[in-house]
Write a protein that binds this ligand. Sequence first.
Ligand code: SF4
Length: 77
Amino acid sequence: MAGKAHVTLERDNCISCGNCWSTCPDFFEESPEDGRSQVAMKHRSGEGLSEGDAPEDQDECVRSAAEGCPAEVIHIG
Ligand code: SF4
């Protein structure tokens, strides 16, 4: 599917399981501040840590990460 997937993380409810940054390490990373997931700097949109746009080559892994998140806090729209 073409186009960029817009990703939103509900960081407050992240349980720091590590699944997303294992599945999709270019896009998600562990925050050194609080141990929760954050969008890697190069993919962020806006000012915050919790929103970003996944380029086409990251689309599949971002969607897998969302499906595999046990807390269901990764939203793609
Ligand atoms: S998979 Fe979900 S709960 Fe686990 S670290 Fe990533 S955002 Fe947090």
